[in-house]
Design a protein around this ligand. Structure first.
Ligand SMILES: [Fe+2]
Ligand SMILES: [Fe+2]
Length: 115
């Protein structure tokens, strides 16, 4: 599942690990644990999306605008989740992570040729 860039590969692996961690949350955990996990998820997803877009721009990726639109969906999802912490461990968070993993395994492969 390499995209041909070690930084991005590392970030994708960490996001997959994070998705597994989110799936492991039952919702009964201590509020501080949930908050810490949520902060990490939101911060890391936003960091990854920015990093990837910067790298694609530096490599003059022709599909960048389209790819950014796909990232925008995830930005909106995590911001909604973060703004409404009561649903943080609900289906929305795990659905968002599932869709993000799907994005990594499919959409992110489209730019391999330009890196
Ligand atoms: Fe990615
Ligand atoms: Fe992406």
């Amino acid at each position: 599942m390499s995209v041909g860039n070690s930084d991005l590969d590392h970030q994708h692996r960490r996001l997959i690990d994070t998705a597994n961690m989110v799936r492991g949350l039952s919702g009964d955990e201590d509020a501080e644990i949930i908050q810490a996990a949520l902060d990490e998820v939101v911060e890391y997803i936003l960091h990854h999306l920015d990093f990837e877009e910067d790298l694609l721009a530096k490599n003059s990726y022709k599909g960048l605008i389209e790819h950014k639109k796909k990232h925008e969906f995830f930005r909106e999802c995590v911001q909604t989740i973060y703004a409404n912490k009561s649903i943080a461990t609900s289906k929305m968070l795990s659905d968002t992570m599932d869709r993000l993993i799907d994005h990594i395994m499919n959409d992110d492969k489209e730019y391999i040729c330009c890196l």
